[in-house]
Design a protein around this ligand. Structure first.
Ligand code: GTP
Ligand code: MG
Length: 451
């Protein structure tokens, strides 16, 4: 990552018409650059930090807009640099005119560059910077909760507290290496062992939280699978409460899969309607079926739908395909199935459903929520939310395990100190103390311009 301290500018609000648009500047020249086009009783150079000033923006003596400008002086700003925020009327022409004039003296910001500067200037650690991006895309109660809690620094604090203990133990060991006479017998192996086993539990919980974090952030994937004509698309539509999929009495109606997300009790659920599985010579249908298989692969939960016309062996076959995935079974069209047959399915733990009578859907939703089995209200610390964080936490756990093994095999103090250093390094990857340009570029380039 190449880091410039030049002054950057961007429109921070989405393009279009609205009540207000905001144009942001950050960098050592942010205030003098804005002063070049801003006219008010007092210049921005004389305006105290965090004060908003009313004034006018002119270009070539032409009044562009009446605006409110807020000045933030380093280091008390989002980026940690001098910043200016211009609030103008929410007209895209006005916002573009103001930005165009500023860009004579500043550079257009890259996507996420304001947040990147906040990270570089230690205003945020990497978990907080990632959470800023997650907060912008959070669309459900719990996706919002974990993003805002992580942005608030609660994950960072937990990692820092683990790091602090690891560092304390490591320094004790290093003193013993460097000054063996002075520090001999000053380290208590039992105490260290106890502390490390506590930290291991903490790290195990953190790694395990990644499953919940990814589901809460990215959604829980549920696919509807079964033979043609059993009513998968009808159930899909009923769950979405919209006529999204085409439903016909002709088997093989759904060819390509459909994907739609809903918010259910605060969770983001992504439903997949798939092509009915059967032996067919139709090349198009074959392709659709191959795609159904791929969807099963990436699902967290598979809902097998039947309408009682299928053989019992079909579910056994599907079970093989689904392998270790969670499976819910639905018997659909209960409005036209005899009660004795429905009872037979109930005994085999099928959820009865009728999209015609709109029955059973609440039960199906409750069963999905039960499978998700996450209680975000009870989280003490926000979970890990992405593969980068999870991989680094896993590495820290492995290194801690290595330390325990060295301790058990009565390895040298040098080895013990080395193992702990590796734990620290892995933990510092989570918070971004140790990181690579590639990782940073990947994270920040996914943000919008102006954030
Ligand atoms: N009686 C009754 N008919 C239903 C019910 N649900 C769906 N159907 C009918 O069953 C037929 C097939 O429905 P779809 O939802 O298209 O079935 P599908 O499983 O998506 O079929 P493919 O896309 O071909 O795999 C349609 O005629 C629906 O109206 C139900 O609960 N009761
Ligand atoms: Mg269908």
């Amino acid at each position: 990552m190449t880091f410039n301290q030049d002054t950057i500018a961007a429109q921070s609000t989405a393009a279009g018409k609205g009540a207000i648009h905001i144009i942001r500047l950050s960098g050592s020249d942010a205030i003098p650059v804005c002063d070049k086009i801003f006219k008010a009783k007092k210049s921005l150079a004389e305006t105290p930090s965090r004060y908003a000033t009313f004034g006018k923006i002119y270009t070539d003596k032409q009044l562009i807009d009446e605006v409110l400008v807020t000045v933030f002086r380093a280091p008390e700003s989002y980026t940690g640099e001098d910043m200016v925020e211009i609030s103008c009327h929410g007209n895209q022409y006005i916002a573009a005119q103001i930005l165009e004039n500023i860009l004579q003296f500043a550079r257009i910001a890259e996507p996420g560059e304001f947040t990147q500067r906040a990270f570089i200037n230690n205003k945020l650690d990497l978990t907080q910077a990632e959470a800023v991006g997650d907060l912008l895309s959070a669309s459900t109660r719990f996706a919002h909760k974990i993003a805002i809690d992580q942005m608030d620094g609660r994950l960072k604090q937990k990692i820092s507290s683990i790091l602090e203990i690891i560092t304390k133990i490591r320094i004790g060991l290093e003193l013993e290496i460097d000054f063996p006479e002075d520090y001999q017998d000053s380290i208590c192996i039992e105490e260290i062992s106890l502390e490390i086993s506590r930290l291991k539990t903490d790290l195990e919980m953190l790694v395990a939280s990644g499953r919940d974090g990814v589901i809460l952030r990215d959604g829980y994937r549920v696919s509807l699978i079964g033979s043609p004509n059993v009513g998968k698309s009808s159930i899909f539509n009923a769950l979405l409460e919209s006529e999204r999929a085409i439903v016909t009495p002709v088997p093989g109606t759904t060819r390509d899969y459909l994907e739609e997300a809903i918010a259910l009790s605060g969770f983001l659920i992504i439903f997949y309607d798939t092509a009915g599985l059967r032996d067919t010579e139709d090349p198009l249908e074959k392709m659709g079926i191959a795609r159904s298989m791929n969807i099963i692969e990436k699902s967290d939960l598979v809902i097998y739908v039947t309408d009682s016309q299928q053989q019992d062996s079909e579910i056994d076959k599907l079970q093989e395909v689904v392998k270790k995935k969670k499976l819910l079974k639905v018997i659909n069209k209960t409005d036209i199935i005899s009660s004795s047959l429905i009872n037979k399915y109930l005994q085999q733990e099928y959820i009865p459903c009728s999209t015609v009578l709109k029955g059973g859907l609440e039960k199906l939703k409750a069963a999905i929520l039960q499978e998700i089995n996450i209680r975000p209200e009870e989280f003490d610390i926000p979970p890990l939310t992405n593969t980068r964080q999870i991989a680094a936490a896993r590495k820290a756990l492995e290194e801690l395990q290595r330390f325990e093994d060295t301790l058990k095999s009565e390895g040298s103090v040098e080895f013990l100190a080395f193992d702990l250093l590796q734990v620290s390094k892995a933990l510092e990857e989570i918070t971004g103390v140790i990181t690579t340009d590639d990782i940073l570029d990947k994270i920040f380039s996914s943000y919008c311009i102006g954030k």
